[in-house]
Design a protein around this ligand. Structure first.
Ligand code: NCC
Length: 277
């Protein structure tokens, strides 16, 4: 392998953030009744058999992409929040292994997190940033949106579910990696988007990740989501989340060897996990 293939600084930076889900053995949860809600299982089963993963952004420019069949060939398919597959199979596929959901989606009644079929029979990784330097104890009482109540309801209702909470400290470490990548260009002092958190969470479990329509392709159409008619380019280029910096960093991680055809023409970033850090 060439030097370049072994050493991708941006990929290593993302890996080093160590984005992870909370486990029962983690303090302070090992001493709190709340921690017993965490699943005993690992995030993914049979990790050794995982060869390829797809991450499907919710971008409007996925509409008309016809990437559904390609997406469904991957061992793991990650989606976000309440992004549907039903009615969009041709463009986004129908397989879902894991959903990364933000704490608004867990808490706001319109998403019906504890009952809606879209959140059943898939792995859930829910996140809330909490305060930048807050302890995990602080987080339990001061999350941006109280995701704990519905998480508990969900876990009690479906004890066999694989529903996890993402370690908020690891979310902020990812923000720091992004800051490091951005160098002296300031990035917004808000957590990364679910998309970037999802990439960092998945990469340690997957030798090759195809991230679909994250870096905008030539299909760019100004729509926020493929599943709604809303026009809003801030969804693609960022306002609250440091989305533009995330996408530059993700593009820097791209290892597809076809002269930008796959990124800009097909909307597919291919990211390989480094063998060693
Ligand atoms: O829109 P959202 O994101 O659910 O999208 C999921 C991830 O897809 C990528 N994306 C999305 C749209 C687009 N045009 N380009 C993209 O690249 C991003 O990586 C994004 O993270 C979120 O990150 O959780 C977010 O959630 C929404 C919203 O809370 C949920 O969809 C529920 O309605 C946020 N929007 C608002 O709060 C209004 C969004 O800022 C971030």
């Amino acid at each position: 392998d060439s030097f370049e293939e072994q050493y991708y600084p941006s990929t290593c930076l993302v890996m080093e953030a160590g984005v992870r889900v909370l486990r029962r053995k983690d303090a302070p949860f090992n001493k709190l009744p709340f921690g017993r809600l965490f699943p005993r299982q690992k995030l993914f089963r049979n990790v050794k058999d995982i060869k390829t993963c797809a991450i499907v952004s919710s971008a409007g420019s996925l509409a008309g992409s016809k990437l559904g069949r390609f997406i469904d060939t991957h061992d793991i398919v990650m989606r976000f929040n309440h992004a549907p597959t039903q009615g969009h199979e041709v463009d986004v596929g129908s397989k879902t292994t894991i959903r990364v959901v933000n704490s608004q989606v867990v808490t706001k009644p319109e998403f019906d997190f504890t009952r809606a079929p879209i959140f059943r029979n898939v792995t859930i990784a829910a996140w809330d940033p909490g305060k930048y330097n807050g302890t995990l104890e602080d987080w339990l009482t001061s999350a941006d949106y109280d995701l704990f109540t519905n998480y508990e309801l969900y876990r009690r209702r479906y004890p066999k579910s694989r529903a996890f909470l993402i370690d908020p400290h690891s979310v902020w470490r990812l923000w720091q990696s992004l800051q490091m990548f951005a160098g002296n260009r300031p990035i917004s002092r808000n957590p990364p988007s679910s998309g970037f958190i999802g990439l960092a969470l998945l990469l340690p479990h997957c030798p090759q990740v195809d991230f679909v329509e994250y870096v905008p392709s030539t299909r760019l159409n100004g729509r926020c989501h493929y599943y709604s008619k809303e026009m809003n380019s801030a969804c693609t280029f960022g306002s609250w989340h440091p989305l533009a910096a995330e996408k530059l960093m993700a593009l820097d991680m791209n290892m597809a060897e076809d002269d930008d055809m796959s990124v800009f023409q097909f909307g597919i970033l291919r990211i390989r996990r480094p063998d060693k850090l």
